[in-house]
Design a protein around this ligand. Structure first.
Ligand SMILES: [Zn+2]
Length: 347
């Protein structure tokens, strides 16, 4: 059997390690896929499962029965354990893990392995994590458990130490550029712009290309940045409404903001435009950079980080977003506010 993960962009180290383990029959019983969102961690979990079950010599082929069943999450020995959305927060409960544990010790029917993926492992409750621990310590020979998370620090140290940890990293701009040209038939110019914009996150480039909502959100984001420079609180809050809809959306928007501020900083420092993530917005960036100085940019970055942290720890989304936008307007209106806000953020 020869294993290659051709459909995954980048992540060469992860691919090498997993294909070698599979070819040599040395798979671990527990894996942790960690790293920022949008790099294909969940896709890799499916590709690995498909490679394990694939009937072809060159695996995963993507078209045999087994490969297709894994993709559709209908394969009998492949379990994709989604967080339940019933409570306030998505959660993997202790009962869900108890079911997994009950099931995992039963031998597979027709395959050598049973594979379990927990795609949002950080939503496991502490009790659920404890329930999983014993299985990770004494896994049956036929089992592979894959935990996926951008926030491994939310898992118990005892869980972390029992998994083989594979870190997913942002993809090189050139790799993404080639991918967009070859697989998405983009012109070199367009591929270059989009690769810069995706900032190492392939799913972002693909979403931007294929998803109209996403394109609209980007437009909304750009309008929001303009509205801040108008120094009008009401307008900023109105334009920032899209950030208050969902936690995910707010997190994406905050990531945009952080890059946007970094781009503004590059312009303020007279850096090369090649370094900009939002190269296609250069003239807008130049206009807006006039409203900032080095001090206020840094404070604005701190505001973003603090908002991210507040959202992560489940504060009130509308309140967090509105406070953020008000503080941004304050900063632009009166740069001397920076010190006061800094003091507040550091306390
Ligand atoms: Zn196959």
């Amino acid at each position: 059997m020869k294993v290659s993960f051709k459909r995954m962009i980048g992540q060469e180290q992860v691919k090498k390690l997993l294909s070698r383990a599979l070819e040599n029959g040395q798979l671990s019983h527990g894996y942790l896929f960690e790293g920022p969102e949008g790099l294909g961690k969940r896709k890799m979990a499916k590709e690995l499962a498909a490679a394990i079950f694939c009937s072809q010599e060159d695996a995963p082929c993507g078209s045999c029965n087994a490969c297709r069943q894994v993709e559709a999450e209908t394969h009998a020995e492949f379990r994709w354990i989604r967080s339940s959305e019933e409570g306030k927060e998505p959660t993997v409960s202790v009962d869900m893990i108890r079911n997994l544990v009950k099931d995992i010790y039963l031998k597979p029917y027709e395959t050598d392995y049973k594979i379990y993926v927990i795609p949002e492992a950080d939503t496991m409750t502490p009790q659920a994590q404890n329930a999983l621990l014993k299985t990770l310590e004494e896994p049956p020979d036929h089992s592979v458990i894959i935990l996926v998370t951008p926030e491994p620090e939310r898992l118990l140290p005892t869980i972390l130490s029992r998994c083989q940890r594979l870190v997913f990293r942002p993809v090189k701009k050139e790799v993404l550029e080639t991918y967009l040209q070859e697989e998405k038939q983009m012109t070199p110019d367009k591929a270059k712009t989009l690769a810069a914009f995706a900032n190492g996150i392939p799913e972002r480039a693909v979403e931007m290309l294929e998803n109209e909502t996403y394109q609209q959100e980007y437009k909304d984001f750009l309008q929001l940045t303009d509205s801040i420079m108008e120094k009008n609180y009401g307008l900023a809050i109105e334009k920032g409404e899209f950030m208050q809809q969902k936690k995910n959306q707010a997190m994406w928007a905050l990531a945009f903001w952080q890059e946007w501020l970094r781009d503004l900083h590059i312009i303020l420092m007279g850096g090369s435009t090649d370094l900009l993530v939002h190269q296609n917005q250069e003239s807008r960036l130049r206009k807006q950079a006039a409203f900032f100085n080095e001090n206020t940019i840094q404070t604005a970055q701190k505001l973003m980080e603090s908002a991210r942290e507040d959202i992560r720890t489940h504060g009130n989304l509308s309140f967090i977003v509105e406070t953020l936008l008000i503080n941004l307007v304050k900063l632009v209106k009166d740069p001397s506010q920076a010190d006061q806000l800094d003091g507040f953020l550091d306390s």
